[in-house]
Design a binder for this molecule. Structure first.
Ligand SMILES: NC(=O)c1ccc[n+]([C@@H]2O[C@H](COP(=O)([O-])OP(=O)(O)OC[C@H]3O[C@@H](n4cnc5c(N)ncnc54)[C@H](O)[C@@H]3O)[C@@H](O)[C@H]2O)c1
Ligand SMILES: [Zn+2]
Length: 371
């Protein structure tokens, strides 16, 4: 079942491995990929009790000394204060680290982004091995080398590009995710399908129910189906990153659904909506604009909306203020000189970037999802 996707970035190239049981192989992977004798694991307070011991045991079995730094789970921790605490622990206590030390971020996108950032700045750059445990982190944040933290002025405003030496995605670790977190990640999978791969949309449609199966406390997805889903998505992300590592062009296609989506997140407050829900609304509104511009067939837009509904992601939202949403979009870091840019679908599996989006178009799109 194991899948391996190569992220081709010259001397910064690496492999993403996707398989069951990889958490127990971290020790041998670290030894093979880096030869390091010391690892520092950075993880959050939810993931630590579930998986940290298995990671440190695997490292010990491979003769690698390790310690675990833990931060409180959740996006509010993804800031400079937590980075500062982590650096204090990394540099000021325990066994001294050196330039050969390897960081292992273990957890969702927050652990990955922040652990990768700590690796990027400690001693002017340590190597790191990503170990994503949320669906969103496997299909999106663990691949591509964007690391960083949030600032009071906005999300992800501080960071560095720093590629990992590898990514180990243990699909069995996803079973302890909440169904809501799983759906968050499924939103990004739909995004990948719309921007690059119509067959991926078929695949998610066919398996929407299987993927969301729950048995008691645990997710009961079919391992083969999940493995295939992850591999297809990582391949798309890897291909986009390979062509445009630093987001000067096509990497921006990954922002499909995220321009209005981010504005909705800001408007309703990050604590009140999940990222995947906001992206779902962002995709529906982007599709609305594309249909109005006659770039995109209404039937395909309906098909995507139906799929999002079958994944229990929202396609309508009450009490949005279109004027405020537009205002937030104009001040987004990705708006250039106040010009709002959006990624719009031009066919299933194809998108383009438009920088002539008007307030009226956004207003109509936001009104279209009022419900
Ligand atoms: N670097 C990038 O390119 C990139 C891309 C997309 C998103 N992101 C970032 O990713 C973050 C979102 O990632 P996320 O949704 O994974 O958030 P997260 O890291 O907060 O994880 C979501 C929740 O799931 C829990 N969790 C994670 N793995 C688990 C497991 N196996 N079992 C049980 N619980 C588990 C976490 O503790 C947390 O409560 C955001 O900060 C976003 O900015 C980065
Ligand atoms: Zn996203």
């Amino acid at each position: 079942m194991e899948q391996k996707i190569h992220v081709a970035l010259g001397e910064r190239s690496y492999d993403v491995r996707i398989a069951p049981g990889l958490i127990d192989q971290i020790g041998s992977s670290v030894a093979e990929l880096t030869g390091a004798k010391q690892v520092v694991v950075i993880t959050d307070s939810n993931v630590a009790p579930l998986y940290a011991a298995r990671v440190t045991e695997s490292l010990a079995a491979a003769g690698v000394v390790s310690r675990v730094l833990e931060f409180p789970a959740g996006e509010p921790s993804k800031n400079f204060a937590t980075v500062s605490d982590l650096l204090d622990e990394l540099l000021g206590s325990g066994e001294p680290i050196d330039r050969g030390t390897v960081i292992v971020p273990l957890g969702g996108g927050v652990a990955g982004d922040m652990g990768g950032f700590v690796a990027g700045v400690a001693l002017r750059g340590l190597r790191f091995l990503q170990c994503p445990t949320s669906l969103l982190a496997v299909v999106d944040s663990s691949v591509g080398g964007k690391t960083g933290v949030d600032h009071a002025a906005g999300k992800n405003l501080i960071g560095v590009f720093h590629q990992p030496v590898g990514v180990l995605s243990d699909i069995e670790s996803l079973r302890t995710l909440s169904i809501e977190e799983l759906r968050n990640g499924l939103g990004e999978c739909v995004k990948h399908a719309v921007i690059r791969d119509a067959t991926l949309l078929d695949f998610i449609e066919t398996n929407a129910e299987t993927l969301q199966r729950v048995d008691g406390e645990k997710l009961a997805f079919d391992s083969d189906v999940m493995c295939e889903l992850l591999a297809k998505n990582v391949a798309i992300k890897a291909q986009v990153v390979r062509t445009d590592e630093r987001e000067s062009g096509v990497r921006a296609h990954l922002n499909y659904g995220h321009t209005i989506g981010h504005a909705i997140e800001t408007f309703v407050g990050y604590a009140n909506i999940r990222h995947g829900e906001a992206v779902s609304l962002g995709m529906v509104t982007a599709n609305h604009i594309a249909v109005a511009r006659e770039l995109f067939a209404p039937a395909v837009a309906d098909r995507i909306a139906n799929l999002l509904q079958s994944l229990n992601l929202p396609t309508t939202c009450g009490s949005l203020d279109a004027v405020k949403i537009w205002d937030i979009m104009k001040h987004d870091k990705k708006a250039r000189g106040g010009q709002v840019r959006m990624v719009l679908p031009t066919g299933l599996g194809e998108v383009d970037i438009y920088d002539d989006i008007t307030e009226q178009e956004v207003g109509e799109a936001v009104e279209s999802i009022d419900g």
